[in-house]
Design a protein around this ligand. Structure first.
Ligand code: FES
Length: 166
């Protein structure tokens, strides 16, 4: 009776080894690309997140600064992020504006300059915005301050993402 030959030739060994290593390397490259491609699908919940920022009772016609914190996930890393909104109420309308200057991203302040009462002022390049966030012509910013998505539930103001006004 003949004994089966279980020896692997050098050629077969190299073929199996290279196929295995090649497959492993290909998977290492393709999996991150696949995850990147479907990442928005995996984060469906994040886009609709609104954060409680203020009580309607404490709002006035004058914009007030509200700071709020939330956990931000970036891949595997979670960090505590703090944002700011300038919020005011005029009649039935509640407005929440981003403090980020639309010129180069400095922070604007309500009545930040004694020379410009009733305006948002950016000290970096003298940017000026009306109360509703409209940029004053002739100044560096060329678009209005971004406005937060906003919901009111049970007397509490919830903010989503700041969106461009134009
Ligand atoms: S960054 Fe605000 S005016 Fe330039």
């Amino acid at each position: 009776m003949s004994e089966k030959n279980h020896n692997v030739s050098r050629r077969q060994f190299l073929t199996y080894t290279l196929t295995g290593v090649g497959g492993f390397m290909a998977a290492g490259m393709l999996l991150p690309m696949a995850r990147f491609a479907i990442d928005p699908v995996l984060q469906v919940g994040a886009e609709g997140d609104f954060i409680a920022v203020a009580e309607v009772d404490e709002l006035t016609e004058e914009p007030q600064r509200f700071d709020f914190s939330f956990e931000q996930e970036d891949g595997w890393y979670t960090s505590e992020t703090t944002n700011t909104a300038w919020i005011y109420q005029e009649g039935d309308e509640i407005v929440a504006l981003s403090p980020i200057c639309t010129h180069l991203g400095c922070t604007v302040n309500w009545e930040g300059s004694d020379d410009y009462p009733e305006h948002f002022y950016c000290p970096c390049h003298f940017g000026l915005f009306e109360k509703d966030g409209t940029n004053v012509p002739g100044r560096p910013p060329t678009e209005p301050l971004h406005r937060y998505e906003l919901e009111v539930r049970d007397g509490t103001v919830y903010l989503g993402r700041p969106e461009p006004q134009i």
